[in-house]
Design a binder for this molecule. Structure first.
Ligand code: 6GU
Length: 252
């Protein structure tokens, strides 16, 4: 899968994609990430990429021509590339949207600055507008990094054979269960007994219950979408009972 990032700040992308899972995916040729400096597509002597807004007001607006030329340059190589504009006005990004993007062989990611991009870019060149959450970033660059990370790990081979994204939290609409490693006792806080039992069925049941408990406590909105089995419903009953008696839970 190919990602072409259109940005005014290509240097922001050099380090994050060298590391870890995404770095290895690039080395293995599973994904290609290329940054394209929008300024290189400005034709005037001073390579101007932004201008003051018609109608007045604060800040600068990114000009349409350099962005148009940059997108058309990529499209001349692959007319079927899918163009995404990262903007707070976009559709909220989530696992489902990531999954649908992961089936596209070539994404063009347009990173705007917060003040905005000339509206005609959207009208003429953008297939989809995406936001990564209800808060304001100074530009689309960090959002593009988030999107690439989330989408890339869904591609075959990126996570390695021993792990699949289908096991992840959010894929199942539940939060993850708590994890522990050595030492057994840290300042009087001990690892739950059941995890030392060697009883795999009991461990699986405990983990499922704790995942349900966390989701109920922290993100009850996710439960509406979760596919709960008969056993899950029974565990939920237990959790609610426990909450009644000892105001238990994981302290969340
Ligand atoms: Cl995609 N861009 C900016 N500038 N801010 C954001 C965002 C995107 N998503 C959330 N906040």
């Amino acid at each position: 899968m190919r990602f072409d990032i259109l940005t005014l700040f290509p240097d922001m992308f050099s380090s994050p994609f060298r590391e870890s899972i995404i770095g290895r995916a690039i080395e293995k040729g599973l994904i290609e990430v290329r940054t394209i400096n929008i300024r290189d597509f400005a034709l005037d002597k001073h390579r101007v990429v932004d201008d003051t807004p018609y109608g007045g007001g604060q800040g600068m607006v990114m000009k349409v021509e350099p962005i148009a030329r940059a997108i058309e340059w990529v499209k001349s190589q692959n007319p079927s590339a899918w163009t995404v504009h990262l903007t707070p006005q976009g559709k909220p990004f989530n696992q489902e949207l990531a999954s649908s993007l992961s089936s596209r062989p070539h994404l063009i990611l347009l990173c705007g600055r917060y003040e905005g991009v000339d509206e005609r870019v959207r009208e003429l060149f953008v297939d989809e507008e995406i936001s990564i959450g209800d808060y304001v970033l100074t530009g689309g660059e960090l959002a593009a990094m988030v999107l690439i990370d989330v989408v890339a790990r869904l591609l075959p081979g990126v996570l390695g054979s021993d792990r699949s994204a289908a096991e992840d939290s959010f894929f199942n609409s539940l939060l993850e269960y708590p994890q522990y490693t050595r030492p057994l006792d840290f300042r009087g806080k001990c690892v739950p007994e059941v995890l030392l039992s060697g009883n795999h069925a009991a461990i699986a049941l405990w983990r499922r219950k704790e995942a349900l408990r966390r989701t109920l406590t922290r993100r009850p909105d996710l439960l509406a979408r979760a596919n709960l089995s008969e056993e899950d419903r029974r565990l939920m009953e237990e959790i609610l009972q426990e909450r009644e008696t000892d105001k238990g839970g994981d302290g969340a």
